[in-house]
Design a protein around this ligand. Structure first.
Ligand code: ASP
Length: 324
């Protein structure tokens, strides 16, 4: 039986064009992916839908929630076997992880994009799109969580990150690598994710901020965030999970006010842990009630805290969710 794949367009460079005179890359009134038909496997039926036509810096968690609800609704209504989403690469990893946490269907969901717009020489969009369709149609992609496919590699939404401003090999999974590759014949997996992390949410209403630690950082910005009454703060801490001692007063002000503070490392390999016992070290931060995250990068920890806060504010529960 023919597999049915749903193709959802959201915008990004994959659907933009370069102006020959100025060189500026912009979205047009019509997404070229919607108008130019793809040559694909005759064993597949492909329906396409344009949900947004936005550069990905314009995508917000509200758009992500709309996308997640749309996927769950339409997949169960029309029995799709897989979903492919085209998306700008700048925030693609955030949308992919949001969907990974919140979409309930277990059909393969694949996000893709392009580093070169539709009319540039060496445009990678059509190729990435075809590769993603192959992955979404593959039985092996079922129960692997949301996947990101570009440049012949298959990555998990949890581990993938954009690593280069312009190179087409920009998407990588530091420390873990891709879980599969795309060949001429189809998808070939060599690893499987070991756990699933799912939430049922109906809104995204929490204001969660992301800070990056630096040498000499002090408490000012933490105090400001407390005054702003934010719902949560992610800190990309130093090394193993430490902060300059001059931030402690500010961190304490937040944790005393029961604002969840989640620590990740600004290193892109490894996991933040409470190892160091000096002033500002991980031990002290843990004692203050700071939550240590199990290897997510800052932008994804922010997505996870926003999603988790829709169902709990309990710090023990939040801590155990961030161990996953
Ligand atoms: N700035 C673009 C976007 O994220 C980059 C891309 O799609 O590759 O929309």
């Amino acid at each position: 039986m023919k597999k049915k794949i749903l193709l959802i367009h959201t915008g990004g460079t994959i659907s933009m064009s370069e102006d020959e005179q100025t060189g500026a890359v912009t979205p047009g009134a019509k997404n070229p992916l919607v108008t130019s038909p793809l040559i694909v496997d005759p064993n597949l039926t492909i329906d396409s839908h344009e949900l947004f036509n936005l550069p990905s810096p314009h995508i917000t968690p509200k758009h992500m929630l709309k996308l997640a609800s749309f996927i769950d609704e339409v997949v169960s209504e029309k029995n799709y076997d897989g979903v492919v989403i085209t998306h700008g690469t700048d925030t693609l990893e955030e949308t992919a992880f949001f969907l990974d946490l919140t979409v309930q269907t277990n059909v393969p969901i694949v996000l893709t994009g392009a580093m070169r717009s539709s009319n540039e020489i060496g445009s990678d969009g059509p190729y990435n799109l075809l590769s993603s369709i192959k992955v979404a149609a593959s039985d092996e992609a079922i129960n692997k969580g949301v996947l990101v496919v570009l440049n012949d590699e298959i990555h998990t939404a949890k581990n993938v990150t954009k690593t280069h401003t312009s190179n087409i090999a920009t998407f990588q999974s530091p420390q873990y690598g891709p879980i599969g590759i795309v060949t001429k014949r189809g998808a070939s997996f060599h690893h499987s994710p070991v756990s699933e992390d799912k939430y049922r949410i109906h809104s995204v209403s929490k204001n969660v901020m992301l800070l990056k630690a630096f040498a000499g950082m002090d408490s000012t910005v933490f105090q400001l965030l407390k005054q702003m009454k934010v719902d949560g703060v992610i800190v990309e801490a130093l090394g193993q999970g430490n902060l300059p001692p001059s931030t402690i007063e500010g961190v304490k002000a937040l944790t005393d006010a029961k604002v969840p503070v989640v620590l990740v490392s600004r290193c892109f390999n490894g996991i933040a842990q409470d190892v160091y016992g000096y002033d500002g070290g991980g031990r002290q931060l843990k004692q203050l009630g700071v939550i240590f995250s199990n290897g997510l990068n800052g932008q994804k920890a922010r997505i996870k805290l926003m999603v988790a806060l829709e169902s709990t504010h309990d710090s023990q529960q939040l801590q155990s969710l961030f161990f996953k």
